[in-house]
Design a protein around this ligand. Structure first.
Ligand code: FES
Ligand code: FES
Length: 164
C-alpha cells in the first residue's frame, strides 16, 4: 500500500514522515522518528510500555495507527526533561527512590505519571496505584514506583507554591 505523509507535533517540534496507513503509532515513533523511548512490551494493549501523551491524554501507542495521530500534539519520554536539560521531577524521583530496575516499563510509566499528576496534583497512594493500573512492571513490585510518584508530586507542588 502506498505511503502517506503524516505530520504531527512531537515533544514541541513539528515533524513529518511517510508511512504506510497500517503503521501503528508506536512503530512510527520508533522507526520513522527514531524515538525509541516508548517501548513495545506486548503489542496487545496490555503492558503500557508504549504509553505516550496525546493531546493531554495517556494513550498506549500500539492501539492506534500513526495516521490517526496526524495533527496531534504528542509527548514522549524524550520530551520530559526540563528546558535547561535537567531531569523532570518524576525522572529524578524514579532514579532517587529506585522506581525502576530493568527500566523497560519506565518511559511509559513516567509519561503516564506525568498525566496523572496533571489530572490530580496531589494523589493518594491508592489513587496513584489506580492511575498507573494500565502500566505493568515485572521488576519492582510497584512500591517504589508509587513512592517516586508521590515524592515527585510533593516536589512539583512545592515548586508551584514557591513560584506563586
Ligand atoms: S506495547 Fe502497547 S500496551 Fe504493550
Ligand atoms: S523496571 Fe523492569 S519492567 Fe519495570
Amino acid at each position: 500500500m502506498a505511503n502517506v505523509d503524516i505530520k504531527m507535533t512531537v515533544n514541541g517540534a513539528e515533524v513529518e514522515a511517510s508511512a504506510e496507513p497500517r503503521t501503528l503509532l508506536i512503530h512510527f515513533l520508533r522507526e520513522q522518528l527514531g524515538l525509541t523511548g516508548p517501548h513495545i512490551g506486548c503489542d496487545t494493549s496490555h503492558c503500557g510500555a508504549c504509553t505516550v501523551d496525546i493531546n493531554g491524554k495517556s494513550v498506549k501507542s500500539c492501539t492506534m495507527f500513526a495516521v490517526q495521530a496526524a495533527g496531534s500534539d504528542i509527548l514522549t519520554i524524550e520530551g520530559m526533561a526540563n528546558a535547561d536539560g535537567s531531569l523532570h521531577a518524576l525522572q529524578d524521583a524514579f532514579r532517587e527512590h529506585h522506581g525502576l530496575q530493568c527500566g523497560f516499563c519506565t518511559p511509559g510509566m513516567i509519561v503516564r505519571a506525568h498525566r496523572l499528576l496533571q489530572e490530580n496534583p496531589n494523589p493518594s497512594d491508592e489513587e496513584i496505584r489506580y492511575g498507573i493500573a494500565g502500566n505493568i512492571c515485572r521488576c519492582t513490585g510497584y512500591q517504589n514506583i508509587v513512592k517516586a510518584i508521590r515524592v515527585a508530586a510533593e516536589q512539583l507542588n512545592a515548586s508551584q507554591e514557591a513560584a506563586e
